[in-house]
Design a protein around this ligand. Structure first.
Ligand code: ADP
Length: 368
């Protein structure tokens, strides 16, 4: 179409560099000791800005954050770059991985009270609301910068949960057992999932509060608040730019997926039985399939040999396949606890994080 041509929303250089083969960015975040743990020795020590020591073994990632890191620091590490990538037209995802109680939910949303009332004045606010706030501010800036053009943005959000291999719409919980579809026009999507337009932080706040309230949690003997579901918050951003001088126009779209995974701890610890065991098996299906894919993709990246990647073997990996080795930039926040009692789970999270680091995605700008 001759009326369409490329335009560039000023993307920051980091966003565009590495577009073809983008490595997964892996951040490890260790939460502070809680009251019960305060007198105990810490199992993990941060030794530099990107490495940590556990049982005499050093692990290195893109960044390591300990109790001294604020929510704003974590946002600057992964949230700010995500917004720039997304404005440049890249799909971008953040996954929070780790055992129950390690700080995934705190990192992705912040504590529940931070999301109510004066949401934006709260230091404890997590990544998701901060990302949307930055996105809206940057959209305003871009529109000012392109004053000689008509530049319009549209943002739509959805929020779903995968629990027991079933997808529920968190914005309309009467919609259960939704199905994933795939076609050449839309790619992979969830049929009948609610999408709400957002343009202000008030809109975002309403969606987050509604969705998080509806998020199902199950009680186990290990932790009554244990989160046994995966939640996926998605924001689709579309921009249309028309030059007033010559009428030429361009269209860009990108998708942000913010994913709070179920606790990665081994289920045998929980003493689950009956329905719970079945449920645990299914939750493990999505998580263990994620682990499998990460192994396969790390091998493909390292050896260059092609292999079949069984994305469809779980709901989580089917839905998020673009984020895993495909057309998206991916950051993984691996949350760990400093407690002695969590040491073996911490080790297993760090090994997962190390494998994730080896994956290369193939992100491209989505524009016409
Ligand atoms: P998860 O989602 O991994 O199960 P949570 O996010 O619920 O874990 O965190 C467990 C507890 O630790 C919560 O009470 C949370 O507020 C607290 N917490 C986690 N990370 C931090 C942090 N960086 N600073 C302060 N408190 C934290």
């Amino acid at each position: 179409n001759p009326l369409k041509r490329k335009f560039s929303v000023e993307a920051n250089e980091n966003a565009v560099a590495g577009a073809a083969d983008s490595g997964v960015k892996v951040i490890v975040r260790m939460r502070p000791q809680n009251q019960d743990e305060e007198d105990g020795e810490m199992t993990v020590q941060k030794t530099s800005s990107d490495s940590l020591l556990i049982s005499g073994q050093t692990f290195t990632f893109d960044a390591v954050a300990d109790a001294g890191a604020s929510q704003f620091d974590i946002f600057e590490l992964v949230g700010g770059p995500l917004v720039e990538n997304c404005l440049a037209g890249f799909n971008s995802s953040i996954f929070a991985y780790g055992q129950t109680g390690s700080g995934k939910t705190y990192t992705m949303w912040g504590p529940a009270h931070a999301l109510s009332e004066d949401m934006l004045s709260t230091e404890q606010l997590g990544l998701t609301p901060r990302i949307l706030e930055r996105l809206f501010n940057r959209i305003d800036e871009e529109q000012l910068k392109h004053a000689g053009k008509q530049l319009n943005y549209q943002c739509r959000c959805s929020f779903l949960e995968i629990y027991n291999e079933q997808i529920t719409d968190l914005l309309d919980p009467s919609q259960r057992n939704l199905q994933i579809r795939e076609d050449t026009k839309s790619g992979v999507y969830v049929e009948n999932l609610t999408e709400e337009s957002v343009s202000t932080m008030k809109d975002v706040q309403q969606i987050l509060l509604k969705g998080l309230l509806n998020r199902r949690t199950g009680a186990t003997s290990i932790n009554a608040e244990s989160s046994r579901s995966h939640s996926v918050f998605t924001c689709i951003i579309e921009s249309r730019c028309k030059s007033m001088a010559d009428g030429l126009s361009t269209y860009k779209t990108s998708r942000i997926n913010l994913v709070d995974l179920a606790g990665s701890e081994r289920q045998k610890l929980t003493g689950a039985a009956g329905e719970r065991l079945k449920e645990a098996g299914n939750i493990n299906r999505s998580l263990s399939q994620l682990g499998n894919l990460i192994n396969i993709l790390a091998e493909v990246s390292q050896t260059g040999k092609q292999r079949h990647v069984p994305y469809r073997d779980s709901k989580l990996t089917f839905l998020l396949q673009e984020s895993l080795g495909g057309n998206a930039k991916l950051a993984m926040v691996c949350a760990i606890s400093p407690a002695q009692s969590c040491k073996s789970e911490t080790f297993s999270t760090l090994r997962f994080a190390q494998r994730a680091k080896a994956i290369k995605n193939k992100a491209v700008v989505n524009e016409e």
